[in-house]
Write a protein that binds this ligand. Structure first.
Ligand code: SAM
Ligand code: SF4
Length: 355
């Protein structure tokens, strides 16, 4: 396995070399050359995880980030504040790795919420341990949550994640519902191996009143096992679900939203499909990303990263950091490029970027 796939940053831009801003209009927001504006910030806060999902992490986990290289709660909140106040970001989502692996998660949320007036603060999690911490997190300012779950079969879950922790995920889901974080969204990665259980998962979601969304698997697994000709696409999933449920497509309120929603048996339950590979939504992408080490990544599939941590720790003011962030986003690539024959996987895997 190439060392780079384990999550070692590839191109870390030297703070002495600001990315080119030639042609960039003088606007405060995170605009790019293709007419998009990023308003949705994904913040990865750790590379650690309680699971080892085969489509994401290597069996041994990602190499540990040295403690001094990880952004602190105060540094994360400072960047969140710049994003919201100076750059027009409206949604903040904490991710990883597994955000619950950070003991100071509530502090990160509390400090971020204090400087992010008007923005939503959410988290993507595998749910393990959530039941013990949900009240602290909500109290700190968490307003929404997505929980990842690919199968409701315990043996299958253990094989897929290399950990027998399905009951802990269910406990996390119940806790999130009880805390009022509803409607709760459940994300499931679509794999050949999980296709047979997809209808059972949807049935469970309907019975338990959660909103299930399937996501096409992307070539971001550290093990590099993904292959385009073996992946399950949205059309194949619809065929499988359609054998048990009647699926109809309601009017799409937001055509740029990545998930296509289907009514299940006439509603009100729905199922979403995010066809990130076969029906790319890159043209409407509004995301900007921060890695746990404090680099800006303009695209999941773009390895060119801009180091804000060095600026922060070098004493740069907010104005300068905002300018570097704008410059980083101006260079965002048009799309993931998976359809091209010369497509090259990014050096970081999903767990090292933050999904
Ligand atoms: N640990 C948390 C979790 O699993 O929800 C947050 C981090 S995880 C990287 C974020 C999301 O990325 C999860 O919903 C996960 O299922 C998804 N993901 C991971 N690898 C993926 C891949 N290769 N293709 C598509 N989605 C992936
Ligand atoms: Fe961990 Fe989330 Fe990756 Fe699974 S998808 S290994 S839970 S970071």
């Amino acid at each position: 396995m190439p060392a780079l796939a384990l999550g070692i940053p590839s191109i870390r831009r030297d703070p002495a070399q600001m990315p080119s801003v030639t042609g960039r209009p003088e606007v405060p927001g995170l605009v790019d050359r293709f007419g998009r504006t990023a308003r949705d910030l994904r913040v990865s806060i750790t590379e650690k995880c309680s699971l080892r999902c085969t489509y994401c992490m290597p069996e041994q986990g990602l190499p540990a980030i040295a403690r001094e290289n990880l952004l602190t709660a105060t540094e994360i909140a400072r960047l969140v504040g710049i994003a919201v106040r100076d750059l027009g970001v409206r949604d903040i989502r904490f991710t990883g790795g597994e955000p619950l692996m950070r003991a100071d998660l509530a502090e990160i949320i509390r400090r971020s919420a204090a400087v992010a007036a008007g923005a939503s603060i959410s988290m993507t999690t595998n749910g393990i341990g959530l039941d013990h911490r949900i009240h602290d997190l909500v109290d700190a300012g968490l307003t929404r949550i997505n929980i990842s779950l690919d199968t409701v079969d315990r043996d299958h879950f253990a094989r897929l994640t290399r950990r027998d922790r399905l009951p802990a995920v269910f406990a996390g889901i119940e806790a999130a519902k009880a805390a009022g974080l509803t409607p709760l969204k459940i994300n499931a990665v679509l794999m050949r191996d999980t296709l047979g259980g997809a209808a059972d998962l949807l049935e469970w979601a309907v019975v338990n009143g959660v909103r299930l969304r399937f996501i096409e698997q992307m070539p971001l697994d550290a093990d590099e096992a993904w292959a385009r000709d073996r992946m399950v696409d949205a059309a194949e999933l619809l065929g499988v679900l359609g054998a048990r449920f009647s699926l109809t497509q309601p009017h799409r309120e937001d055509p740029s939203a990545p998930a296509e929603e289907w009514l299940v048996d006439g509603g009100p339950a729905t199922v979403g499909i995010i066809a990130s590979v076969t029906r790319s939504f890159c043209a409407a992408c509004d995301r900007t990303r921060l890695t746990a080490e404090g680099t800006v990544r303009s695209c999941l599939f773009g390895d060119d990263e801009t180091d804000l941590r060095a600026l922060l720790r070098g004493g740069a003011d907010d104005y300068t950091i905002a300018d570097w962030w704008r410059a980083a986003m101006w260079g965002k690539q048009a799309g993931h490029g998976m359809e091209r024959a010369d497509f090259v996987r990014p050096a970081r895997s999903m767990g090292a970027i933050g999904g």
